[in-house]
Design a protein around this ligand. Structure first.
Ligand SMILES: Cc1cc2nc3c(=O)[nH]c(=O)nc-3n(C[C@H](O)[C@H](O)[C@H](O)COP(=O)(O)OP(=O)(O)OC[C@H]3O[C@@H](n4cnc5c(N)ncnc54)[C@H](O)[C@@H]3O)c2cc1C
Length: 384
């Protein structure tokens, strides 16, 4: 007699969870994804991501979505500029258009691509997991904020930085890295903000100096996303009695923080589109301790940020989440026993994510250091 098909519940419809679901479904393995968002359109998905060959690109191919991805992606978005704090372009790395690079895609486009590839009804929107209750032998009862419940033989925690599934396997919680990004943006930049658009180029512009940074990234549709980064206390705005909803006050506070920076760069702080909904969003950056592993636990595993939240200075978070999703799906396809599949997957996951997380910690510490301008120049000169 065949073993009954395990009930697989993925918590989180981010890039990692959706990749896993897509690959399982392609092999005819039933899966359900639960996400707290009310619908696929209820939240802006944020900036742009570059897809790396061994991780994000591998996952897209395994998901059968490579051609659809290349139709949407922006290979020219790989351009990377290093700018001094007075606004001079120090390095302008333009990618070779040989098809072997790391093309960019908007996060929203990537999510739509993955969502559209799933069978209708796969994602249960408005399902915020509050906790998962072990019932024995690897089965869990999932409890959602709306009072509903579901049972699963495998719970996949793809629920991001503040994962609720993680509690089943680990006591670790994310720790503040010491760096905060304040995010803002420029709409229709080529027309409304031509000087900022010219300095940004087609990809990413980065100016780093003395524990501070201004980073601008071109998204599709003429939008430029801006991150104003500072090594600072997590409650920096409270100490300044700053209301984060008061755009004018935030702008003045940031200008004060960046005293001495050139006007071309300060324009990324002041030229924001306050007549649209852009405003300023405070984003303290957190990371899980490195390495983050857990004892094998029947009926549950983690992927992506839930498993290895790291600073964005690895440039790998979404890429790793997708590769994790692809590897977990491959293990479940290959191994008849769910337990064996989890073990095989975690054997790959732990060393890979530890190495990347170490790199991300080093990356953020060198990008936000007293001598970050010198370090960034040396780093990018080496990579030329
Ligand atoms: C400023 C910044 C820039 C970045 N740039 C890059 C980059 O250039 N390249 C790159 O590869 N990575 C980048 N990253 C990292 C990347 O965003 C993450 O690593 C990636 O999104 C992780 O994917 P995930 O699927 O694990 O989780 P997420 O994308 O966080 O998705 C988790 C999903 O789970 C849902 N969820 C959460 N809690 C619950 C719950 N209790 N119940 C139900 N659903 C829940 C959420 O709604 C969400 O849809 C960046 C991160 C930041 C902060």
């Amino acid at each position: 007699m065949n073993a009954p098909t395990p009930r697989i519940a993925i918590i989180g419809a981010g890039p990692g969870g959706l990749t896993c679901a897509r690959i399982l479904q392609r092999q005819g393995i039933p899966v359900t994804v639960h996400d707290l968002d009310a619908s696929r359109t209820s939240r802006n998905q944020g900036g742009t991501l570059d897809m790396h060959p061994g991780t994000g690109q591998h996952a897209l191919r395994a998901a059968g979505l490579w051609d659809a991805f290349t139709a949407l992606s922006r290979p020219e978005g790989e351009q990377m500029r290093l700018v001094s704090r007075d606004g001079r372009v120090l390095i302008d790395a333009v990618p070779a258009q040989d098809g072997r690079g790391k093309p960019e895609i908007d996060r929203g486009q990537l999510r739509d691509l993955l969502l559209d590839s799933l069978e209708p009804g796969t994602v249960r929107w408005g399902h915020q997991l509050t906790h998962a209750e072990p019932l024995g032998e690897g089965t869990h009862r999932l409890h959602f904020a709306d009072g509903s419940t579901a049972e699963a033989d495998l719970v996949v925690g793809a629920d991001g930085a503040w994962s609720k599934v993680r509690r089943l396997v680990s006591d670790a919680t994310p720790v503040y890295t010491g760096v905060t990004f304040v995010e803002t943006g420029l709409d229709d930049a080529d027309h409304r903000h031509p000087e900022r658009a010219a300095l940004t180029g087609n990809g990413t512009m980065m100016a780093l100096d003395n524990n501070q940074g201004i980073i601008a990234q071109r998204n599709s549709g003429g939008h430029i996303r801006v991150y104003i980064g500072m090594r600072t206390d997590e409650d920096w705005y409270q100490r300044r009695n700053l209301d984060l909803n008061d755009n004018q006050a935030v702008r003045e506070a940031l200008l004060k923080e960046f005293t001495g920076w050139g006007d071309d760069l300060l324009g990324f702080i002041t030229d924001t589109d306050t007549d649209t909904d852009t405003g300023y969003t405070n984003r303290p950056l957190h990371a899980l301790p490195v390495p983050h592993t857990w004892p094998h636990t029947q009926g549950v595993t983690l992927l992506g940020d839930a498993a290895h939240l790291m600073s964005p200075f690895s440039g790998m978070g979404a890429n790793l989440a997708m590769r994790d999703g692809a590897d977990l799906a491959a293990a479940l396809i290959e191994h008849p026993s769910t337990d064996d599949a989890i073990t095989a997957y975690e054997d790959i996951l732990f060393p890979r994510s530890s190495e990347a997380a170490e790199g991300a910690a080093e990356g953020i510490n060198s990008a936000f250091a007293p001598d970050s301008a010198t370090q960034a120049l040396a780093h990018m000169t080496r990579d030329q």
